[in-house]
Design a protein around this ligand. Structure first.
Ligand SMILES: NC(=O)c1ccc[n+]([C@@H]2O[C@H](COP(=O)([O-])OP(=O)(O)OC[C@H]3O[C@@H](n4cnc5c(N)ncnc54)[C@H](O)[C@@H]3O)[C@@H](O)[C@H]2O)c1
Ligand SMILES: CC(C)[C@H](C(=O)O)[C@@H](O)C(=O)O
Ligand SMILES: [Mg+2]
Length: 354
């Protein structure tokens, strides 16, 4: 079996687990609980925990070694909780661990579905239909680390952070987004960028979007500048079906999308390597939430929904659907009384087990 693939017919899922920091270990424990509960009896789950994150950095100064990166390549998929810690300088773990993985494993499709589940709350008036997916480019843009500072610490300091957009990188993610739109009932794709100002990158995105679109005549298309997109995400989110956008815009609008569709505790994501040359990585959209870590308040649902994306990616469609359904029913029946992270995990595992 090649790296990054497994299927119903394989008897083992070989999963790398990076629980990470803050609420990461708390929510990952629930994700694994549900995964174990939902898998058919003849499928063995092998988990390999990697000690990566703040504790490791404090102890050794390491974020992710080349040897670990090499070893991580051998698994079918990765499940990540969250990384980031107030005691670690900002960017060290984010760049040295999380982004390093996304880049090394060519996770060019960062898939972030948004759905307003029955009975969940949205700060928006009424109950808008929210059911869209953001295809966020995952390997380019201002995330690549093409930048630098000169005259640091002086009044004349200059800091650059260049957004890198390649024809190759833009086309492959746009193509993926069209294919996803084509496969959905509404068949609608919106490009979000800012081509009225970022004319170089913006025009590459728009030209590519228009050109590739000619191969998908059934897909209706739309373009929005990112600032206007934030308006419509709040005033008319039902207009969206599939959104394709760059790495930074995608980061920002998916936190907004989470906030209007039930909250960040429900937002799942998959960092997908569609060619399956490398394993894909599944993680909640949220971070390590140091403000609630250790309190039992973290909602593990985002991680559980990320497990559903993982199952689907590995070919376990029926099991993925059971996890989605368990979440839908659990959310619909959630009462006012707050439940702990563990209690929600137990409830979801029991429902998913069927
Ligand atoms: N994928 C990742 O590992 C990832 C993603 C985002 C941020 N981060 C990192 O996490 C750290 C904290 O970042 P932040 O505070 O900007 O964002 P955050 O997502 O950790 O927290 C933002 C807010 O959402 C709440 N929240 C987050 N997840 C929740 C959950 N499951 N249930 C209930 N409430 C939840 C938090 O309590 C906080 O109030 C930073 O170091 C950041 O770089 C990591
Ligand atoms: C922690 C950070 C590097 C990351 C990102 O910006 O992609 C996070 O915000 C996310 O949304 O997964
Ligand atoms: Mg983010």
């Amino acid at each position: 079996m090649s790296s990054g693939t497994a299927s119903r017919t394989d008897r083992t899922i070989d999963l790398a687990v990076i629980s990470g920091d803050g609420i990461g270990p708390e929510v990952v424990a629930q994700g694994l609980k549900v995964l174990t509960a939902v898998l058919p009896q003849d499928v063995k789950l092998e988990t390999h925990e990697y000690d990566l994150g703040a504790k490791r950095w404090h102890a050794t100064g390491e974020t992710l070694t080349d040897a670990e990166l090499e070893k991580l390549k051998s698994h079918h998929a990765l499940l990540l909780g969250a990384i980031g810690d107030p005691g670690v300088p900002s960017g060290v773990l984010e760049r040295g661990l999380l982004l390093k993985l996304r880049f090394a494993f060519d996770h060019f499709v960062n898939l972030r579905p948004s759905k307003l589940f029955p009975n969940t709350s949205s700060p928006l008036a009424g109950r808008p239909e929210i059911d869209f997916v953001v295809v966020r480019e995952g390997t380019e843009g201002p995330y690549v680390g093409n930048g630098g500072t000169i005259r640091k610490g002086t009044p004349h300091e200059v800091a650059n952070e260049v957004s890198v957009n390649t024809a190759y990188g833009v086309e492959r993610v746009v193509r993926d987004a069209y294919a996803r739109a084509q496969a959905r009932p509404r068949k609608k794709l919106t490009l979000v960028h800012k081509n009225n100002v970022l004319v170089h990158a913006g025009h590459l995105w728009k030209d590519t979007f228009d050109r590739v679109g000619r191969e998908f005549p059934e897909v209706s298309t739309d373009y929005l500048h990112v600032d206007a997109a934030t308006i419509f995400l709040v005033t008319d989110p039902a207009r969206f079906d599939v959104i394709v956008t760059d790495n930074l815009f995608g980061d920002i609008i998916t936190d907004l999308a989470a906030a209007v569709s039930g909250g960040i505790g429900l937002a799942a994501s998959g960092n997908i390597n569609p060619t399956r040359e490398f394993p894909s990585m599944f993680e909640p959209v949220h971070g390590s939430a140091p403000d609630i870590a250790g309190s039992g308040k973290a909602d593990p649902t985002a991680t559980v929904l990320s497990v559903a994306l993982l199952l689907r990616h590995l070919g376990f469609e029926a099991e993925a659907a059971r996890v989605d359904e368990a979440v839908t029913v659990d959310l619909a029946e959630r009462g006012e009384a707050p439940r702990t992270t563990d209690e929600i995990g137990d409830a979801l595992a029991a429902r998913a087990a069927g």
